[in-house]
Design a protein around this ligand. Sequence first.
Ligand SMILES: CC(C)(COP(=O)(O)OP(=O)(O)OC[C@H]1O[C@@H](n2cnc3c(N)ncnc32)[C@H](O)[C@@H]1OP(=O)(O)O)[C@@H](O)C(=O)NCCC(=O)NCCS
Length: 174
Amino acid sequence: MPGRTRIRLIEPADAAPIAAHRARDADAFRRWEPDQPPGHLTAAGQAERIDRLLAGHRAGTLWPGVVLADGRVIGQVTVGGILPQPHLRRASLGYWIATTAQNQGHAGRAVALALRLMADELGLHRVEAGTNLENLPSQRVLRRNGFAPYGVAHSSILLDGSWQDALLWERLLD
Ligand SMILES: CC(C)(COP(=O)(O)OP(=O)(O)OC[C@H]1O[C@@H](n2cnc3c(N)ncnc32)[C@H](O)[C@@H]1OP(=O)(O)O)[C@@H](O)C(=O)NCCC(=O)NCCS
């Protein structure tokens, strides 16, 4: 049932399902996500990546999550670049949902859950996100969660071989 969306901290055992999603969806994601090293598509490569994400979590700079539907991993939601200093208290948000689970509201609900975690558990004040100007589904997810666009970063990210502008989004948490 699409309503059953949860998020939790990523675990080493998530490597295999994440690699399977990313291998199957590599062509579909190429337009929206930067080139990844070949290991990204294997369980071993994902296991190394998860180790790095969890090290970032221990250091306090990241909250790397997975998105679950009925207990199965269908994507990731990552709070990155955490700046916990009292005068900043901000972070950025990223996410993806496997093509097999898209358009069922999972990203919208996962972002809502991540916003609650950022406010209640991480004590953050401000969150930022960036989307491609043509990534309308991702923009819908942010708008539905109270984000507003505040600018364009020109030639900001290399996607599928060309430098692309990014639409910048912000939301206050408290
Ligand atoms: C963007 C992404 C996370 C959305 O995940 P999702 O679970 O399908 O999102 P949701 O179902 O919660 O919401 C999708 C919204 O986009 C809308 N949508 C879908 N296709 C669309 C299209 N071609 N044009 C406009 N809107 C579209 C849906 O109607 C829905 O909006 P609504 O809630 O107003 O009805 C997913 O498509 C994805 O992972 N894409 C590839 C990676 C990516 O883009 N990551 C984000 C980088 S910023």
